[in-house]
Design a protein around this ligand. Sequence first.
Ligand SMILES: Nc1nc2c(c(=O)[nH]1)N[C@H]1C(S)=C(S)[C@@H](COP(=O)(O)O)O[C@H]1N2
Ligand SMILES: [Mo]
Length: 409
Amino acid sequence: MSHNDLIARRRMLGGAATALGAIGLSGWAQAQTSTPTAPAAAVPPAAKPLPAYAAWKNPAAMVVHSATTIETRRSAFGTGLITPAQQLYIRNNLPAPNASILEQREAWTISLEGVKQPRSMTLAELKTLGLETVATVLQCSGNGRGFFPSKPSGTPWTVGAAGCVLWTGVPLRNVVAALGGLADDAKFITGTGGEKLPEGIDPLSVVVERSVPIKALDDCLLAWDMNGEPLSLAHGGPLRLIVPGYQGVNNIKYIKRLAFGSSESKAKIMAHGYRITPPGAQSGPEQESVWEMNVKSWINGPLPEAGAVKAGLVQLHGVAFGGSKAIARVEVSTDDGKTWHPARLTGPDLGRFAWRQFAVALKLPAGNYQVASRAVDSAGNVQPAERLENAHGYNNNSWRDHAIQLTVA
Ligand SMILES: Nc1nc2c(c(=O)[nH]1)N[C@H]1C(S)=C(S)[C@@H](COP(=O)(O)O)O[C@H]1N2
Ligand SMILES: [Mo]
């Protein structure tokens, strides 16, 4: 770890870690900042057990980084389009709330502010206002951090802090309409998580509260079902804000307050966290926030851990998504991007927020290959070869970083 990294890390841990230590949550803070011991690209075996709130996950499909950061194994994606709940990644910035919040789902209340008639609503009432199902890619902005040679602090996710999920709930615009429309000057939608905050420290330093631009309003959902089942505690039940096309952190779990307003939240996780910060610099509100996802793809098989594949026609498959934009095409290269072969988009198209599966059969003689995929979205954005270096390892969509090594024999 460089001197600058150390300083940045100390600064980040600073006050919050000491205060959390005082109230007995220091293990939690440690878990968040533990340094990877394995090489970034190699996924270590599942050494740690699943925590109680996620005990129902398929352990064989998961890499448990910590009790609050659990990744899907690359091999577990298989050729499925929808990611089953049993193997969807988990990322909690705070310990998950007590499971008792699911005992009376319908009675869960959310405070709605910045509308003409602000008030609280129960989940039961929300259910009377509309019904929609949307497929989205849920992805942590730190997905791919494990490929940064600079080893930014934070979980070294490779590809598994992502999934494609079906959400069912009420369109947020219906809720706004039921409350008389927006009050003036709404530029941002701010969602607040319902975690119980540790006492004795500034709530703004720990609360999970994120703002997204008002243009997302038309796509947002207040969701109570995931993949056709009542939303689990791990994934934000009883109620979650879904902001299709936006990085995971903006999809607030256990949402208890939603406000429309003229400015962004002053919470630390918004003002300083999740910013695209130049290496070595301090994070701050002037930097780009982690909002819309960028175009990205990766290969899910065959993977090197399954051993050498037989020379001849090799079937390659993977997933591609464009954040808020549909995928236009995907190409695959076995020569570090010198030549590209068009892949086929397979499986059903669940809309522009979902990922597409792709497949291609390439004739490969015996040898060692680096196999990469490159996606292009409907606006012509091309997945880049290189990651954009940044202090915290966000938004990695480099096709080279996501390439796999394949032995053909
Ligand atoms: N209330 C709340 N919402 C939250 C978080 C959180 O810690 N608390 N974590 C965010 C982050 S960083 C991500 S990546 C996603 C993870 O969602 P998942 O655990 O359902 O995969 O939830 C987001 N929403
Ligand atoms: Mo995240």
